[in-house]
Design a binder for this molecule. Structure first.
Ligand SMILES: Nc1ncnc2c1ncn2[C@@H]1O[C@H](COP(=O)(O)OP(=O)(O)OP(=O)(O)O)[C@@H](O)[C@H]1O
Length: 251
């Protein structure tokens, strides 16, 4: 299986605050990799480095075979078109309708698309997130879960190879969380994406992650399937969250 993201010995600090220290992580083709970690451990910093939004201090970050730490602005912009970044706050433009929000990345990044092609792409992507009916609504008329869906649709419209989800279920009720988890899995199936999913939500991790990696003290000592990681006797994992709590929820 090909690696689509390869991170080796990554180091990133802000002044005295060392956030990532010798972090190593691989993501394979067609894989959902969940990154877990407490608040402030550097999860968002990690995906911002992958997307070229923040520079790394040291180490290697290869995305689709390209070393992002060495790319110039033009090369990074081209690579970024293959990376869908689903922001925590959905990042929709409040003054635009859903249709306009979805057209925006196409109009900005893809030349020579006809009106008909743009319409077709908007309809296809809205259909795949189950919100065709909301095409003419304003973001203010949507629920939190619907906004997340539209935010995801706006990245999918560019047919990304990699999806980076920042806290996709934050602030949603349990049923909406379940629907978003399902959508993340459908995106993987239908768009053949490889993803990093950042979350605090253990149910999301279990439902969407082919593998999970837990960020502690700047690196990923714990990686594997959800069950492998949470069976680790290390007290940091035991204390991380009450694994038994979610196991008991299933009973
Ligand atoms: N641009 C920046 N300038 C200075 N410090 C930053 C910057 N971005 C992040 N940090 C710091 O890096 C640390 C990690 O931040 P990050 O946002 O990656 O945490 P996180 O694990 O995503 O947390 P949360 O789950 O709360 O979103 C924090 O201490 C934060 O203050």
């Amino acid at each position: 299986m090909n690696k689509v993201i390869e991170i080796e010995h990554l180091y990133k600090a802000f002044g005295d605050r060392k956030v990532l220290i010798d972090a190593n992580l691989d993501v394979y083709e067609s894989e959902n990799m969940v990154v877990l970690g407490r608040s402030g451990t550097g999860k968002s910093v990690l995906i911002k480095i992958i997307a070229g939004i923040l520079p790394a201090d040291k180490g290697s970050v290869k995305v689709l075979g390209q070393e992002v730490t060495q790319l110039n602005k033009k090369e990074m912009n081209e690579l970024r078109l293959k990376i869908g970044f689903s922001f925590q706050n959905s990042a929709l433009y409040d003054s635009m309708t859903v249709r306009e929000n979805l057209e925006f990345p196409l109009v900005r990044n893809v030349r020579n698309m006809s009106r008909g092609e743009i319409n077709k792409a908007v309809h296809k992507v809205l259909d795949s997130v189950g919100l065709l009916k909301s095409i003419d609504q304003m973001p203010s008329e949507l629920s939190g879960g619907q906004k997340k869906r539209i935010g995801i649709a706006r990245t999918l419209i560019m047919n990304p190879t990699i999806m980076l989800y920042d806290e996709p279920t934050a602030g949603l009720d349990p049923i909406t969380c379940m629907e978003i988890n399902q959508l993340i899995n459908e995106v993987k199936e239908n768009y053949k994406t490889s993803s990093i999913i950042i979350t605090h939500d253990l149910t999301c991790a279990k439902e969407t992650g082919d593998r999970v990696a837990v960020l502690f003290d700047g690196n990923f000592k714990f990686q594997g399937t959800f069950d492998e990681v949470f069976k680790d006797p290390d007290p940091r994992i035991k204390n991380f969250y009450d694994y038994n709590f979610i196991e008991n929820q299933k009973k």
